[in-house]
Structure formats: C-alpha cells, structure tokens
Write a protein that binds this ligand. Sequence first.
Ligand SMILES: [Zn+2]
Ligand SMILES: [Zn+2]
Length: 130
Amino acid sequence: MTDALEGGCKCGQIRYKGTRADVPMFRCHCRDCQQLTGTGHADMVPLRAESFMISAGCKTYEMTGGSGRSTFSGFCPNCGSQITRRSERMSDRIYVHAASLDDPTCYVPVKSIYGDAAQPWDDAVIRQGG
Ligand SMILES: [Zn+2]
Ligand SMILES: [Zn+2]
C-alpha cells in the first residue's frame, strides 16, 4: 500500500493530498468529535503536516482542546463536509477524516481515544488489551 493519500469533500470544492504519518489511525469519542460530526465518534487518519496540501478556501473552526491548547477543525464552506483536524500540541500532524479519503478502505483503526466519553448507543469503541 502506498503512503500517499488523497481525498476531499462531498461537493468536490476542497481537495487534499498528503502522506501517512507513522502513528496509529484511531477513533475519537470525545465530546468535540461528537458535536462536530453529529455522530458518536470521528475516524481519523494522521498525515505528515509537511506533506499536506489542500485547496484554498477550506474553512477553519478553532476551539480549545482537552490539553488547553487550540484545536482546529477544517471543513468545506460549501457542502459542510469535515475534512481535517489539527492541534497546536501535535503540529507535525494533520488528521483527516477517514471517510473523506478517495479510498476509505485504507482506514484501519487500531484504537479508540476518549472511549470513556463514548455514548451508550455508540458500540464502536475499540477496547485495547481486552
Ligand atoms: Zn464541499
Ligand atoms: Zn475527538
């Protein structure tokens, strides 16, 4: 499998490409992800920040993450698809939402984070070592 990935939003106005960062893909159940996605969790693929290129016009929403530092959610202003997540704390990475990839089948989540915040109806929590 190649480490180069491409994707974009629903309407096609925003496109991106980048290479995989050598860290695990994960599923996040935090409250921010619940509210931003409107579902129980976000499925995230980490890319190398220095490899990342995205169309001009991607809008960014800034919020304060669990660490107290800023986190940014990137989305298409036309169709509203969420595309990226980035934080000041891990500035060498850009996370893209798995379903925004042209080939979402390459997403293989290995762990959940903030699993304790998962909603009781979200049975997708990946419990490690259990
Ligand atoms: Zn769009
Ligand atoms: Zn989250």
